[in-house]
Design a protein. Structure first.
Length: 256
């Protein structure tokens, strides 16, 4: 598994960031409908688990923290898994270097690695914080001085980095926007977990919120001027395919 993909190069205009996807686990057979409603796909599909890194001169921000192998939820059979800590070291990120963690939502695969990053500020929506599962709630209480609760209008994490709550997928869900070289990049997380969600304009399989999800997908596409290459999901097997690292201009070419 090629595990690290560089999505954007350093900008000469402040703020200056490098963006990475770090793919740490894979499942060969996941229920397709959990990720996309698409009759052209088989009922079960392979998916990747990834976190994302925003690296600047004085801030290193993670979008979600993933999980280690012993933390995998029942029913998920991993075919591959690598340590998040070891993978981050490949891009010269040590655990104590991480200044901020943005949690997109409270599903098990997105936050259980939080304990690896004891110095980081923790950014999550107010609604997610109030309804956090017991183990996450305990971690937040122990690190209450580091917790930053984001209101419904969103919040700037750092110059050029913004969390946007949308209240879909799970209570308090939020996606992340990053501006590099004057262009906006969006990390959609599980709002649209596959490239195919945007390529085919099909939402994940949550019938009660499908219409609202489609509206937010349209908003996200508008935010990136219709350039879906600047939208990065969290579960697409193409995220870390091809070269060990590649720049954003190659991102679309690496997809099937």
């Amino acid at each position: 598994m090629n595990v690290i993909s560089a999505l954007a190069v350093v900008s000469s205009i402040a703020p200056s960031y490098e963006l990475y996807s770090v793919c740490f686990a894979r499942v060969e057979s996941a229920p397709a409908r959990a990720f996309i409603v698409d009759p052209e796909l088989p009922k079960r599909i392979p998916v990747t688990f990834a976190i994302h890194v925003i690296q600047g001169a004085d801030r290193t921000v993670l979008i979600d923290t993933g999980f280690e192998r012993h933390q995998v939820a029942a029913g998920w059979k991993l075919t591959e898994h690598q340590s998040i800590v070891e993978l981050l070291r490949k891009i010269d990120v040590q655990t104590d270097d991480v200044t901020d963690v943005i949690l997109t939502h409270a599903h098990w695969d997105h936050w259980q690695g939080l304990g690896h990053f004891p110095r980081a500020s923790i950014w999550l929506s107010k609604r997610m914080a109030s309804g956090a599962p017991p183990r996450l709630a305990s971690m937040l209480r122990k690190r209450s001085q580091q917790v930053q609760r984001i209101g419904g209008d969103g919040s700037d994490i750092a110059p050029g980095i913004r969390a946007v709550p949308v209240g879909l997928h799970t209570p308090g869900f939020q996606y992340v926007e990053v501006r590099v070289d004057g262009k906006l990049w969006i990390f959609s997380s599980d709002l649209a977990p596959l490239y195919r969600n945007f390529d085919r304009l099909r939402p994940p399989g949550q019938p009660a919120s499908a219409r609202r999800t489609m509206k937010w997908m349209a908003t996200i596409l508008e935010r990136v001027d219709g350039d879906a290459q600047r939208i990065t999901p969290s579960h697409d097997p193409q995220l870390c395919r091809g070269q060990t690292t590649f720049q954003h201009k190659l991102l679309r070419r690496e997809r099937e």
